[in-house]
Design a protein around this ligand. Structure first.
Ligand code: BES
Ligand code: MN
Ligand code: ZN
Length: 477
């Protein structure tokens, strides 16, 4: 059971409650007794941000807000406060929490978001000492927020849980075929279409990139097409999302060293999980847009038939590629999906991929690396949404000079560039397979974390989901 998010503007006296209030107002809240009020005033003077009152039948948590530089920073502070508050709620064994806001700025939504996302737990494979969720229900009691907004948020955050679950699933339980089944389940739950093309269909489509990466595998590849097409769709041409679905990346014959490198490569389908999560949220919220997601899926292994450095492959669109590193596999499967996208005559294509260590080194876990050809309006829209949801974007250039690094002696392209700017040469490679407005997100640094980062959690984060959902949502208005 995921966390439940409810809407109910009346809070009874036995329900534990969080009050969001400005430092100046906290001491004079009508609902505090005079003893409580003077305690709160004193705590506020000591610059306390979270003040707990124990009324024995009810716990009260005051979250003290202060001036923030920007609206984006204020919201992020609230999400982070949700993370801090959850630790206290767990200690106090709180199961249901109501949120009241005295700032009149819909602060309850952001606090709830932080609480909800921090409350995620992977239902993993521990057979002992399984600790169930303590906090089960969050009730928003805020007249500045509508029930519809709460409902929408619940669906988006549930989608983040789904995405995190997909990413945290190990390859032992997630072959390409199993991933397709998992996508199918999400589709029937949310009400969008899912179709999975098998190896024969992929061969018929001459997806040479996906087939080459799959050659060393014992498991067949899949190519997944998810579609949300409501009757009231506002767009004529579809928006297309593409997600890298490498269910496990050993590097292939250009094998990765295990420590620190191969160990976490079950997360190499995070792009696929993100776009599937966006589809889930769009369908659950009946967003009036026609959106298609394309997910090429395979593992990348050094089996007997594995593709090898030096091989030349022919891609779905006929381009020939000299493979000089089998660990640069993501761009090969994405390229086939990107050229396949052309047949839909898309309005815009956005891809998500844990594509390069270089992107991770460039900005770490603090931002999504982006580049593209969609132009300023789209990029600015995405950046604005990125600030609002705090999935911030760092844009890199697709200058043509970088493309020189991809020149091959014997084929149209080679699949790696030089030592520098690897995330950009990867982007330039992908660009060669696009012929429509396009944005590429490299989420190698943000999708999977080795230590807890506030409400983003540890392990899978669901990076990019809230960003694209909210961006597309804004286009539907
Ligand atoms: N899946 C990796 C990228 C990656 C690295 C994701 C670290 C998450 C964390 C990708 O397939 C890869 O191996 N990229 C290579 C490309 C290189 C061979 C040009 C890389 O970045 O080292
Ligand atoms: Mn790789
Ligand atoms: Zn990879």
């Amino acid at each position: 059971m995921p966390t439940q998010l409810n809407y109910n503007t009346s809070v009874d006296k036995n329900t534990d409650v969080a009050l969001i209030v400005g430092a100046g107002e906290a001491g004079s809240l009508a609902e505090l007794s005079s003893e409580e009020a003077s305690y709160v005033t004193q705590q506020v003077e000591n610059e306390a941000k979270l003040i707990s009152l124990n009324r024995y039948t009810q716990r009260v948590y005051l979250l003290i807000t202060s001036e923030a530089k920007t609206e984006s920073a204020a919201r992020e502070t609230l999400r982070q406060a949700g993370y801090t508050l959850l630790k206290q709620l767990k200690a106090d064994k709180v199961q249901t929490l109501a949120i009241k806001d005295y700032t009149g700025s819909q602060a309850s939504l952001y606090l709830a978001e932080g609480l909800f996302l921090s409350n995620y737990q992977f239902q993993g494979y521990k057979t002992k000492n399984h600790k169930p969720h303590q906090l089960q229900t969050i009730t928003i009691a805020d007249t500045n927020v509508s029930e519809k907004e709460v409902q929408e948020l619940q669906h988006v955050l549930e989608a983040v849980y789904k995405t995190r679950d997909l990413v945290n699933q190990p390859n032992s339980h997630q072959s390409a075929t199993q991933l397709s089944e998992q996508l199918d389940e999400m589709a029937s739950e949310a009400g969008f279409m899912a179709e999975s093309l098998d190896e024969l269909r992929i061969m018929a489509l001459k997806m040479g990139g996906l087939l080459a990466v799959n050659q060393g595998s014992e498991e067949p590849p899949t190519f997944n097409i998810l579609e949300w097409k409501p009757e009231n769709a506002k767009n004529q041409q579809p928006y297309i999302l593409v997600g890298k679905g490498v269910v496990y990346d050993t590097g292939g014959l250009s094998l990765k060293p295990t420590p620190q490198s191969m160990d976490y490569m079950k997360s190499d389908m995070a792009g696929a999980a993100t776009v599937a999560g966006v589809m889930y949220a769009l369908a659950k919220n009946q967003v009036p847009l026609h959106v298609i997601a394309l997910i090429p899926a395979t593992d990348n292994r050094p089996g007997g038939k594995a593709y090898a450095p030096g091989d030349v492959i022919t891609m779905h669109n006929g381009t020939t590629v000299e493979v000089l590193n089998t660990d640069a596999e993501g761009r090969l499967i994405l390229a086939d999906a990107l050229s396949f996208a052309q047949k839909y005559n898309p309005q815009l294509v956005i891809d998500f991929a844990t594509l390069t260590g270089s992107a991770m080194r460039a900005v770490g876990k603090e931002g999504l690396v982006a580049m593209g050809t969609a132009g300023e309006e789209v990029m600015n829209g995405l950046k604005q949404t990125g600030e609002a949801v705090y999935e911030r974007i760092v844009e890199f250039p697709l200058w043509d000079e970088y493309k020189k690094q991809l020149e091959s002696d014997i084929a149209d392209l080679k699949n790696i560039g030089g030592a520098d700017a690897g995330h950009i040469t990867a982007g330039k490679f992908l660009e060669a397979f696009t012929s429509y407005p396009w944005v590429h997100f490299d989420i190698a640094g943000t999708a999977y974390l080795h230590s807890e980062d506030s409400y983003r959690g540890k392990l899978a984060t669901g990076s990019g989901l809230r960003l694209v959902y909210n961006y597309l949502r804004s286009l539907a208005n």
